[in-house]
Design a protein around this ligand. Structure first.
Ligand SMILES: [Zn+2]
Ligand SMILES: [Zn+2]
Length: 262
């Protein structure tokens, strides 16, 4: 299983990165590569063309409906629908309640009559697994001002396909029971860390700090921690230091194009 970072800028695209977008890929026993896209925020479609293939997606999972996680879905639809080679086959989009309506609204369409055929929307059911080839996605509700999910993804290890590995993507969340469910025993925790200790202490129920992400990784005995969703106005070195103070495993800062092989 492989994780490719498309965009990792928190809350808005930064000068060096698009907003949130990630590819998770795994090969099945026949050698076919299966690809799941997790989130597609502002600018992430550009990175998806550079580091992946927007016409070859087996499923899309949306953590929540904030613009920095879904804004480029409207232009992904354009790319797939009007491709000179012909329209792509529909792809299933898993998301929270209201996903179909939001996608239609972003495209300027009436949600009641919009049937452009590119996205088949299926709403997440808390804890219910979704199977995509050799990958299994489990949505876990987390704490954010709007309905939001983190997603655990399990699949065959690249190094040893007989072994199942798991990564968890937090989406946007503060510390909560769902975060601990996500982090428990994972090989890799891809955690947001939008806030800073001290500066943002009064803001709870929205985002993690580097420290809170590190604490979740430590509690869950995560094999490694990748910090993401850091806004351009933060110093990532501070976020890294916060996490390293409480989590002793390997820590990386997400950057566009990074590939994490599990
Ligand atoms: Zn966000
Ligand atoms: Zn959000």
């Amino acid at each position: 299983m492989r994780l490719t970072v498309l965009g990792c800028a928190g809350s808005f695209p930064g000068p060096d990165s698009a907003a949130s977008g990630y590819l998770v890929q795994a090969d099945d026993a026949d050698g076919r590569t299966w690809t799941v896209l997790l989130d597609l925020g502002n600018g992430a479609l550009s990175a998806l063309q550079r580091f992946g293939d927007p016409t070859r997606l087996d499923a899309i999972g949306l953590s929540h409906l904030h613009a920095d996680h879904v804004a480029d879905m409207v232009v992904l639809n354009v790319l797939r629908r009007y491709h000179p080679s012909g329209p792509c086959d529909p792809v299933t989009v898993h998301g929270p309640t209201g996903t179909a309506e939001r996608l239609a609204q972003m495209a300027g369409k009436d949600p009641a009559t919009s049937t452009d055929g590119q996205f088949d929307v299926v709403e997440w059911q808390e804890g219910s697994p979704v199977t995509v080839g050799p990958l299994v996605l489990v949505p876990v509700a987390v704490e954010h001002p709007v309905p939001a999910f983190g997603i655990r993804v399990s699949g065959p290890s690249d190094a040893d396909p007989s072994r199942t590995v798991t990564l968890a993507y937090t989406g946007d969340t503060d510390a909560c029971a769902g975060l601990d469910t996500l982090a428990a025993g994972v090989d890799l925790l891809l955690s947001e860390a939008a806030y800073l200790e001290g500066r943002d202490d009064a803001l709870r129920g929205v985002h993690l700090t580097g420290r809170r992400a590190g604490e979740a990784a430590a509690r869950g005995s995560a094999g490694q921690l990748v910090l993401t969703h850091i806004p351009a106005w933060n110093d990532p070195a501070l976020t890294l230091a916060e996490a390293a103070a409480v989590y002793t495993g390997p820590i990386a800062l997400a950057h566009p194009g990074a590939v994490h092989v599990l």
